[in-house]
Design a protein around this ligand. Structure first.
Ligand SMILES: C[S@@+](CC[C@H](N)C(=O)[O-])C[C@H]1O[C@@H](n2cnc3c(N)ncnc32)[C@H](O)[C@@H]1O
Length: 184
């Protein structure tokens, strides 16, 4: 039997298995992979006002597009993507490996990842998860750390700044918090 069709068949089977595993795994996380639009990504990175040498995290990094734009806009960052779904994390890692963008990847829950060393966090999570995340951020984030959240604010906390991003499909809001964020 010729080798090429066998290899292609095995690769196709692997791809199908990966897609099935990924789909099933998505149900186990509270927020699905919905990538930030280009306009929102640009606005988030601008709102972060990054400086070379800073450590930035995307909690629920998806394919890493926010971190990638941040590293492009501000060379010399230490960027870490935390992503729960293995296949999404693998896609992000693969893109980083192919483009040599320097992003580090951590596969696991954002609730278990220590954020003490972060200068800036990027978030695109649902309101319930934002609420659950608050006590952890209050415990771990160092004063002056910046949190940039796409579309969803923290309950009862006053953002330092809010930006409206006009886009073709729908408008977005970017909420910026400088820690410790004040109660409203
Ligand atoms: C709305 S997407 C945002 C992706 C990316 N940050 C962006 O802005 O394009 C949310 C991501 O968070 C991930 N996620 C959800 N719950 C998580 C958890 N507990 N720990 C780590 N990642 C999680 C999902 O798998 C998904 O990729």
């Amino acid at each position: 039997m010729p080798l090429l069709p066998v290899v292609l068949l095995v690769l196709a089977a692997l791809l199908i298995v990966l897609l099935i595993v990924s789909t099933i795994w998505q149900f186990s996380v509270p927020v699905p992979f919905v990538p930030s639009s280009k306009a929102a990504v640009r606005a988030m990175v601008q709102a972060a006002e990054l400086r070379s040498g800073q450590t930035i995290l995307d909690l629920g990094a998806g394919d890493g597009r926010v971190l990638r734009e941040a590293c492009r806009a501000c060379p010399g960052l230490r960027a870490i993507g935390v992503e729960a779904v293995p296949t999404t994390c693998f896609v992000g890692w693969l893109r980083s490996w192919c483009t040599r963008d320097g992003i580090l990847w951590h596969r696991g829950s954002l609730f278990d990842y220590d954020v003490r060393h972060a200068d800036c966090l990027f978030l695109y999570l649902y309101p319930k998860v934002m609420q659950q995340l608050l006590p952890k951020l209050d415990r771990e984030l160092r004063p002056g750390a910046r949190v940039v959240s796409h579309d969803f604010p923290f309950p009862d906390r006053e953002p330092t700044t809010t930006y409206l991003v006009r886009a073709r499909v729908r408008d977005h809001k970017i909420f910026v918090y400088d820690w410790p964020a004040k109660y409203q």
